[in-house]
Design a protein around this ligand. Structure first.
Ligand code: CO
Length: 134
């Protein structure tokens, strides 16, 4: 079921500062910021060849990363995103296996315009998992 690692996401308190660090200090290729109001974040992607790093900053009230940043004020690793061929089949498989799918269980459109779902971190060794239809 599980495909390639699409990205590793870091929550950051200041996206402009994080972009400057990745661009200027690490010399990385970074995309322009993209606001995703449905997900409560603004996102940029750092292209690193074999995968991407997603930098996330809270957007609006009640951002799902606000509590994470309150606990990790300087930022930290927030989730891993794996690709799946068929997100509905993957969801049904995981639910049957006892994993908890976050939200109402229906995929939302993610940062790449493809359907995504999130899985409860307590079911996966403390790591929030995003699934993205490939
Ligand atoms: Co992500």
């Amino acid at each position: 079921m599980l495909g390639r690692l699409n990205h590793v996401a870091l929550a950051v308190p200041d996206l402009a500062a994080a972009v400057a660090t990745y661009r200027n200090t690490l010399g990385a290729d970074v995309t322009e910021p993209q606001a995703l109001p449905e997900h409560g974040v603004t996102v940029v992607f750092v292209n690193v060849g074999n995968t991407k790093i997603e930098l996330l900053e809270p957007l609006g009230e009640g951002s799902p990363i606000a509590a994470f940043l309150a606990k990790n004020p300087s930022g930290g690793m927030h989730h891993l995103c794996y690709e799946v061929d068929d997100i509905l089949a993957a969801r049904d498989w995981l639910k049957a296996a006892g994993a908890r799918v976050l939200g109402d269980g229906n995929p939302k459109t993610g940062a790449h315009g493809k359907p995504v779902l999130f899985l409860h971190p307590k079911d996966f060794f403390g790591t929030l998992i995003e699934l993205e239809q490939s």
